[in-house]
Design a protein around this ligand. Sequence first.
Ligand code: ADE
Ligand code: ZN
Length: 324
Amino acid sequence: MRDFLKRLPKAELHLHIEGSLEPELMFALARRNGVELPYASIEEVRAAYDFQDLSSFLEVYYQGMSVLRRAEDFHDLAMDYFRRAHAEGVVHVEMHFDPQAHLARGVELEAVMEGLSLARREAERELGMSTALIMAFLRDRPADEAMKVLDSAAPYWEMLDAVGLDSAERGHPPSKFTEVFQRAKMLGIPRVAHAGEEGPAEYIREALDLLEVCRIDHGVRCLEDPALVERLRDEGVVLTVCPLSNVRLKVVERIEEHPLPLLLEAGLRLTLNSDDPAYFGGGMLDNFMACHDAFGWSKETFVQLAGTAIESAFMSDKRRLELH
Ligand code: ADE
Ligand code: ZN
């Protein structure tokens, strides 16, 4: 099965590129940039990846990205991930990035965009991969800061496939960002949002109604609201589900208890994704394999899930035809 799942052309729609930073590269970049890390060794870094919830992960995640300072670092980060993903049969990657987390450390948007753009071109040329870029706003920061970031990204609007919403969910409903997302809509930029990961089903409704998103990132808590499940099915809204992430952040206790089979039975459009592979114990192939081991899904089910990802990806019709 592993061989089959490896060969299956996979599109990844939910990945935080900063969450793909492996400890080895973290140490190499820390050395290159003279950044001091609170860890003495790679083993110590991995030992720190024992999370109680989303917030305890985010603390380590924002700390880890402190080694990213120059365009070259963002390039190396993305290429390191693209190469690993390519080796697992991933043919298309959509990466979220968190500009506010970099601006707060004095790293300009220009450095982030330059590094990521260079890596995207290289991935296409050398690995035959397509990629997309999702600029995410941090929901635990003020909405007016997000609006300023959107405005200051004007030179790069053309390069954005979507804007997204991430970081600590509880207490930060999508409604806080209605204006920002309406502005993105006016600019012709598609929208996605994390909702229903740790937050309630109501946040999924808000993301659909107020932010007018085309996909929901996570969304697993929709099951608490049967009318919402019906709506998601009727409207064909895609959920980008991240099984290993949900286990590591204790959204579910064990993979066997993950609601994926229920979501599938409910007729929802689902995709499998890695979220923050360097922190959650595996990339796309490990997420697919974990589902196989836990749920005993058939090859047809995986073909269906991989097909949904390609159908709902931000990619040209030409590329979609190539992959389907
Ligand atoms: N940022 C990086 N990973 C995230 C996740 N799983 N949820 C919310 N924000 C994130
Ligand atoms: Zn995420």
